[in-house]
Write a protein that binds this ligand. Structure first.
Ligand SMILES: NC(=O)c1ccc[n+]([C@@H]2O[C@H](COP(=O)([O-])OP(=O)(O)OC[C@H]3O[C@@H](n4cnc5c(N)ncnc54)[C@H](OP(=O)(O)O)[C@@H]3O)[C@@H](O)[C@H]2O)c1
Length: 186
């Protein structure tokens, strides 16, 4: 399971607002992108020899579509999606499954342990649901709630709106991630 991942900021921010950008850009690309093919390179040959294997790569809802204000994170997560889907196509005939998971919100350190509710899954709850999709789907949100949220989000916040200057400015002003966390915790 390729699970490691990090975000750039604890709030929605323009690319040039990334703190310590020289280091942060390298760190996030190493952690979110580079680790995935490098780990795969180490693990996959033995799976091919055995004629079976399962690789689960954790991407994100943020990788499904471009998300301004988390640009770098969003861009790293689409790499994981494309890489996983190509590997699945290349190696399924060798008995290997490569599954890509694109969660919405899960209560972890990354999300400052947001309160679990209808939309935010607990980590154990999410893992339980996601593992139940193995063998049924190679590209999944991981659980029903996140699949429904993903569909609803794409309808309610279509690409033209999400990419608009108006929406980006509104989100930047009102939607600091820290602010959301505090709001949801209360
Ligand atoms: N939480 C969400 O809402 C959410 C939503 C969509 C996708 N995801 C994805 O789910 C995965 C797991 O995230 P999480 O929510 O569980 O976040 P987390 O609580 O912050 O855990 C991230 C994991 O990645 C490891 N990690 C981070 N930077 C690392 C580095 N430079 N080198 C080695 N290990 C590093 C951490 O190791 P340490 O414990 O040693 O720090 C930790 O095990 C990530 O790929 C994330 O992008 C999360």
């Amino acid at each position: 399971v390729n699970n490691v991942g990090m975000i750039c900021n604890d709030r929605f921010a323009y690319f040039l607002e990334t703190p310590d950008p020289g280091k942060k850009i390298t760190d996030i690309i190493n952690c979110n992108i580079l680790s995935v093919p490098q780990m795969t390179r180490l693990i996959l040959p033995r799976m091919v020899l055995r004629g079976k294997g399962l690789i689960i790569n954790i991407s994100s809802e943020m990788g499904l579509r471009p998300h301004p204000l988390v640009a770098l994170y969003s861009a790293t997560k689409i790499f994981v999606i494309n890489f996983s889907q190509c590997l699945q196509a290349e190696y399924k005939s060798e008995g290997i499954t490569v599954q890509c998971v694109t969660p919405f919100m899960v209560s972890t350190n990354m999300t400052n342990n947001l309160k679990v509710n209808l939309f935010v899954k607990s980590a154990p709850g999410f893992v339980y649901d996601a593992l139940n999709t193995v063998g049924h789907s190679t590209f999944t949100s991981g659980c029903l709630s996140h699949a429904l949220q993903s569909t609803a989000f794409s309808i309610l916040v279509p690409d033209w709106l999400r990419m608009s200057t108006f929406f980006i400015r509104w989100l930047r002003k009102s939607g600091s991630i820290e602010h959301c966390r505090k709001g949801k915790k209360n």
